[in-house]
Ligand binder design. Structure first.
Ligand code: PRP
Ligand code: GLN
Ligand code: MG
Length: 514
């Protein structure tokens, strides 16, 4: 996952972009970047790390301009610690383009090859987002008949991108001399929303991955960007939009509702918080029917993401809801941390048990999902060490059995605890006395009930059905082999293996303003 943000304002935008990135930090903790534009010049600073670590006052001072884009990264292609793969990316022709991307392209390799052979374009990193930028640049070049770019030409170029690119992409881009462009893939897999702010000097617009950025930056929520749609805001603050895809299918990623998005966001007209409450309601009903014999003294959430579901489970089951784990607020999300070793260590550093809540009790621990099983295993052990008699475990989503190819870093089935195990085997593996999973249909219902117009979802990590229809077994094997062969950055051997990692790569896209 990544967080993206774009703003056209009436005053300097650097602070706004920085604040927005802080709010989207939960979507990507590995790298961050901001690019701004003023008088036909782009300014950029990006690097590895959390937003607060990447930007110093001196960097911020150089980010001048009234419009800009920003990105926080959680890589799905390339490697975690390659600062050259931090976003935004820049190409100088045509016009001058900057782009930031959330998602993952599933035909990046073919595009890269085609672009080298046909379009004579060179990619300097292993990032699929650099490929996406070059496709946009090529399509814009082909569509442009004159020296100055206009809305028609840009929409034509986005239509060209939709024709060539496969996979998931929510994009913010800047076109020098024109303004801000944002678009969403034809399946609307990754989220993107627009907000506006009326000021005495004119209207300001903001595009962001999640509505929480719109709220906290003082903008008014307008709407979601439609799947396949492109929105344009020129430097004077004029807003236009156009459907640029021939065929669309609205199928948002289910994992956004389960885990990725902040609960105070709205995605495709649905409150993430409310869906999580519903997940708790449905899971409690299932537990009542399938495991009526369980004697539970307390329902305990695994902070943070499972809280709404756990709370509602407790209500529906008529049981006390207790906080049994305290979270160290200075440790980031462990699921989106590269490498198993750092994940395992982080669980212990991040969560500590309150012994009194466990001693002599039968507890039901609730999490939003079990992915690799790192969290559940450690947490169950901690509950037992704290004196729990019985430890039951509930997952508000179904078993994660398949790779995600649309922007969540679960590319290999071998790393998923549920991929080749039955529920009983998973229960044994994580060391629980009983394990209950949400049914997939109930999960769909938890979202659909809040917006009946949403009939399709990308649920591929649960059922292996890839919504874009182009994912072959060979493709999945290729990804599995590539990721399995190369140790990832921050992996147990500590090497940065994402792309050869000899440190000699030209960091052409790394613009530092030290
Ligand atoms: O099975 P695993 O591979 O351990 O992954 C699943 C866990 O990771 C996430 O928590 P995370 O700590 O990332 O974030 P949170 O604080 O938002 O719950 C998720 O909420 C689960 O707790
Ligand atoms: N999680 C994402 O959205 C990642 C974006 C892009 N694929 C990258 O690896 O940088
Ligand atoms: Mg969690």
């Amino acid at each position: 996952m990544c967080g993206i943000l774009g703003v056209v304002a009436t005053t300097q935008v650097n602070q706004l972009l920085y604040d927005g990135l802080q709010v989207l930090q939960h979507r990507g903790q590995d790298a961050a970047g901001i690019a701004t534009a003023e008088s036909g010049r782009f300014h950029m600073h990006k690097g590895s790390g959390l937003v607060r670590d990447v930007f110093r006052t001196r960097n911020m001072r150089n980010l001048i301009g009234r419009w800009g884009i920003a990105h926080c990264r959680y890589p799905t292609a390339g490697s975690a610690y390659n600062a050259a793969e931090a976003q935004p990316f820049y190409v100088n022709s045509p016009f001058g383009l900057m782009l930031a991307h959330n998602g993952n392209l599933t035909n990046a390799e073919e595009l890269k090859r085609d672009m080298f052979l046909q379009d004579l374009r060179h990619m300097n990193t292993n990032s699929d987002s650099e490929v996406l930028l070059n496709v946009l640049a090529h399509e814009l070049q082909v569509a442009s008949t004159k020296y100055q770019v206009d809305a028609e030409t840009i929409f034509k170029a986005v239509a060209g991108v939709h024709r060539r690119v496969k996979g998931a992409y929510a994009v913010v881009a800047m076109i020098a001399g024109y303004g801000l462009l944002a678009f969403r893939d034809p399946c609307g897999i990754r989220p993107l929303v627009v907000g506006r702010n009326e000021t005495p000097d004119g209207m300001e617009y903001l595009v962001a991955s999640e509505s929480v950025a719109v709220d906290t930056l003082g903008f008014k929520f307008m709407r979601d960007v439609e799947p396949g749609e492109a929105v344009l805001v020129d430097m004077q603050g004029n807003f236009v939009s156009r459907q640029c895809a021939e065929n669309t299918l609205h199928a948002p990623c289910m994992f956004e509702y389960v885990y990725l998005a902040r609960p105070d966001s709205l995605i495709d007209g649905v409150s993430v918080y409310e869906t999580r409450v519903k997940m708790g309601e449905y899971l409690a009903d299932k537990l009542k029917h399938t495991m009526p014999h369980l004697e539970i003294d307390a329902v305990i959430p695994i902070p943070d993401s499972s809280r709404p579901a756990a709370m509602e489970m407790a209500v529906r089951l008529g049981l006390p809801y207790r906080e049994g784990f305290v979270k160290n607020r200075y440790i980031g999300r462990t699921f989106i941390m590269p490498g198993q070793a750092s994940r395992r260590k982080s669980v212990r550093q991040k969560l500590n048990a309150i012994t009194q809540e466990f001693r002599g009790k039968n507890v039901l621990l609730v999490d939003d999902s079990i992915v690799r099983g790192t969290t559940s295993k450690e947490i169950i052990l901690m509950a037992r060490e704290a004196g729990a008699k019985k430890v039951y475990f509930a997952s508000a989503s179904p078993p994660v059995r398949f790779a995600n190819v649309y922007g969540i870093d679960m590319p290999t089935r071998t790393e998923l605890i549920a991929a080749f195990r039955s529920d009983e085997e998973i229960c044994r593996e994580i060391g629980a006395d009983a394990l209950i999973y949400q049914d997939l249909e109930a999960l769909r219902q938890a979202v659909r009930t809040l917006n009946p117009s949403l009939t399709q979802f990308d649920t591929s990590c649960f059922d292996g059905r890839y919504i874009t229809g182009d994912i072959s077994a060979e493709y999945l094997d290729g990804v599995e082999q590539a990721r399995g062969r190369k140790p990832k950055a921050g992996s147990d051997d500590g090497s940065d293996g994402g792309d050869g990692g000899d440190g000699s790569q030209l960091d052409l896209n790394l613009v530092t303003s030290e």
